[in-house]
Write a protein that binds this ligand. Structure first.
Ligand SMILES: [Zn+2]
Length: 430
């Protein structure tokens, strides 16, 4: 295996140092002079632990026209990720040991990122019968996160049983918080814009009621709850209360926010462009401000992309028929840098996009700052670079990015997965 000297990198934004990477691990940090190693010039670049995404839709098996494990892995590596958690709403649904092992194996074969399958909570995402959570946890894929994402586990008794079950192996239930009886037929955020456009609304309370309920269930059971894609200011308030309430006691709650909920608002729906259709929907300016503040404060633990590729026919159609979701892997870091670098600093970005999600997912090899003996899962970022999003040049098989033509701040120059570059000079190596 080739060894690399990453020369003069600012580790998590600090002073320039060299990092020697060999046989998959960081061997030396400081002043490195090694003639046999390949040199990666990192002058002016920032070195972070490789990013970890808690929420990725890779679409395989079933919708390989929209994305495959390989194309999604490439998009992830180009976005600076070294690990992604692949959501279970595939076809067939990842609700058995067989399907999660298939996804895990495809990830290993692609070799671009650590693909960690998420298992479904209920059979077929049907919300009626618990899936084989134990079998998925015991499988080669070693599943620790379970989610019916796309759907809410709305039955409180089933949610309680799921929390009880995963407690045995320190698993976590990641809830898509949406009370379905409050969002039937909803097309966008319920508010001034939906009233003006005459569209059925998705009220904030549908999210907030489920978060509050699940926090109480997690406390009652003494298990771990993770709240997917928090999108409302009220959700933030409940999480702030929940973290205080659960601190030091039984149960724990963590939460994620997507880049698009940190950057975009419901007013964009005005032009009826389905690229802005997403679930939960884009909210208001006040929600965006509350989510940003919560991420800085730590009430929200992590940024997760909810990368949701869709084929052209499922997205470029009338608003009401378009599938919800947008791409995220290749733009997430730039969106967060553009929106919050000043408030978070590089250490905050490393925490919210790498260390915290790695802890939540139980990934000991990821989310670790470079130090001797640690796995070399790293990303090198040019903080000064500007680039323009061109949908045609994205690695994803789909094109549903809301940022087409927009200028982005900060660019991934290299990504290392267990010491091997998956991206060099901003290009995928595989
Ligand atoms: Zn979701």
């Amino acid at each position: 295996m080739t060894s690399y000297v990453i020369k003069g990198a600012r580790i998590v934004g600090g002073e320039p140092r060299d990092v020697l990477v060999k046989d998959g691990v960081v061997v030396e940090v400081g002043k490195v002079s090694r003639k046999s190693a390949e040199v990666v010039d990192a002058d002016g670049l920032v070195l972070l632990p490789g990013l970890v995404d808690l929420h990725t839709h890779l679409r395989e098996p079933g919708r390989e026209d929209a994305e495959t494990v390989e194309s999604g892995s490439r998009a992830a590596a180009l976005g600076g990720y070294t690990a992604v958690c692949a959501m279970a709403n595939t076809s067939p649904v990842a609700d058995t040991a067989g399907v999660v092992e298939q996804v895990w194996r495809l990830g290993r074969e692609a070799g671009l990122v650590d693909v960690r399958p998420v298992g479904a909570v209920t059979v077929g995402l049907g919300g009626e019968q618990l899936a084989e959570l134990g079998a998925m946890a015991d499988s080669a894929a070693k599943v620790r996160i379970f989610s019916d994402d796309g759907f809410c586990v709305s039955d409180p008794r089933l949610m309680r049983r799921a929390l009880e079950y995963v407690k045995a192996f320190d698993g976590v239930i990641a809830q898509h918080a949406e009370e379905p009886r409050l969002t039937a037929g909803a097309q966008m955020h319920e508010g001034i814009t939906s009233a003006r456009l005459g569209m059925p609304g998705w009220p904030a309370v549908a999210e907030e009621a489920i978060i509050a309920r699940d926090v109480l269930l997690a406390e009652h059971v003494g298990a771990r709850l993770h709240v997917c894609h928090v999108s409302t200011a009220g959700g933030v308030e409940i999480l702030r209360w929940a973290k205080r309430r659960l601190a030091g006691g039984p149960g724990a709650v963590t939460a994620e926010v997507t880049p698009h909920h940190l950057a975009l608002t419901d007013e964009l729906v005005d032009g009826y462009d389905p690229v802005f259709k997403v679930n939960p929907p884009l909210r208001t300016e006040a929600d965006v401000a509350a989510l940003r503040a919560a991420l800085v404060e730590g009430v929200i633990d992590a940024v997760a992309t909810d990368h949701a590729p869709h084929a052209v026919q499922d997205k470029e159609c009338e608003w009401a028929y378009a599938r919800p979701g947008m791409l995220g892997l290749e733009t997430a870091l730039s969106i967060v840098v553009g929106a919050l670098l000043e408030e978070l600093g590089w250490d905050g970005i490393a925490e919210r996009m790498s260390r915290a999600p790695a802890r939540i997912a139980g990934l000991a090899d990821h989310g670790r700052d470079p130090a001797p003996g640690r796995p070399a899962n790293l990303v090198l970022v040019d903080p000064e670079a500007r680039w323009t999003v061109d949908p045609a040049s994205l690695a994803s098989r789909s094109r549903n990015t809301p940022y087409a033509g927009m200028e982005m701040r900060g660019r991934v120059i290299a990504t290392f997965l267990y010491g091997r570059p998956t991206v060099l000079d901003g290009k995928a190596t595989l």
